[in-house]
Design a protein around this ligand. Structure first.
Ligand SMILES: Nc1ncnc2c1ncn2[C@@H]1O[C@H](COP(=O)(O)OP(=O)(O)OP(=O)(O)O)[C@@H](O)[C@H]1O
Ligand SMILES: [Mg+2]
Length: 248
């Protein structure tokens, strides 16, 4: 088995508040994994652990078979839960996407022709080329979310972590982002870890799920089995009805 992420007995806290308790999880290379659970379950904290951040009290996190260093972090793209951008920010969409190259080229080196080509190609993939000259602050939430995905892809990561990328979006934008995640998965053959607590927002490419509650992994397995009335009612402490996967 080719595990790209190996989390072993990890406990993470924010000062005295323990957010993850003795978590063990292996993620296979090339997997598309959904992390599901109610507010405060520890989903974002789990992503930060994979991204080499977080106050790890005990246990170990290995990515690509080694302890996480600044070098390994370059191969991990991260789309944060909220990327509120000041609407007065004058920086263009193209420049925001170029930020994704900074970890590769360094802060003070000029982007090469190859860097520029990579930025253009990810903007093409994410369908934001026509927005490239616009100031980032002038974009809608959904458009900004696409830019955040493009910025992470410009890094040419081997793993991409997406933390609730459809929150605050209208139905059409939700569908566009879900379709985009599927497209990225298929075209780039990345390992994708995708966080949500809205069950209709799971891309069809996600084949496995982790269910989290109160800082623990309570279930791990096939996504189709995870979308189970009894399992989810217990997870969310309220009755859940399964209708069908909205975007399958
Ligand atoms: N910066 C912080 N300082 C203190 N406690 C925090 C901090 N961030 C998160 N926590 C706590 O850690 C726990 C897990 O939070 P986390 O953000 O990982 O949950 P989540 O599953 O991502 O929730 P949500 O669905 O609301 O995004 C919660 O109890 C939360 O209050
Ligand atoms: Mg969160």
């Amino acid at each position: 088995m080719n595990n790209i992420v190996e989390i072993k007995d990890v406990t993470i806290s924010y000062r005295e508040n323990v957010a993850l308790k003795n978590i063990t999880l292996n993620i296979e290379k090339g997997t598309s994994l959904a992390i599901i659970g109610p507010n405060g379950a520890g989903k974002t904290t789990l992503l930060t652990a994979i991204n080499g951040l977080g106050n790890v009290l005990s246990g170990s996190v290995k990515v690509f078979g080694v302890d996480i260093t600044s070098q390994t972090r370059k191969k991990i793209g991260y789309v944060p839960q909220s990327s509120a951008i000041d609407s007065r920010s004058p920086i263009s969409v193209r420049d925001v996407v170029m930020i994704g190259r900074v970890s590769k080229i360094g802060l003070f080196r000029r982007p090469s022709r190859e860097d520029k080509e990579i930025v253009e190609s990810v903007m093409e993939l994410v369908s934001i080329k026509e927005l490239s000259e616009k100031p980032i602050g002038h974009l809608s939430c959904g458009e900004q979310q696409k830019v955040a995905v493009a910025r992470a892809l410009a890094q040419q990561p081997e793993i991409i972590l997406l933390d609730e990328p459809t929150s605050n979006l209208d139905l059409k934008s939700q569908k566009e982002i879900i379709d985009l995640i599927d497209k990225v998965y298929k075209e780039k053959k990345l390992t994708i870890v995708f966080v949500t607590h809205i069950l209709s927002h799971i891309p069809s490419s996600c084949k496995e799920a982790v269910l989290m509650k109160r800082g623990k992994i309570v279930w791990f397995g096939d996504i189709e089995k995870a979308l189970n009335k009894d399992l989810l009612s217990e997870l969310y402490d309220c009755p859940v009805e399964i209708i069908k996967r909205q975007y399958a």
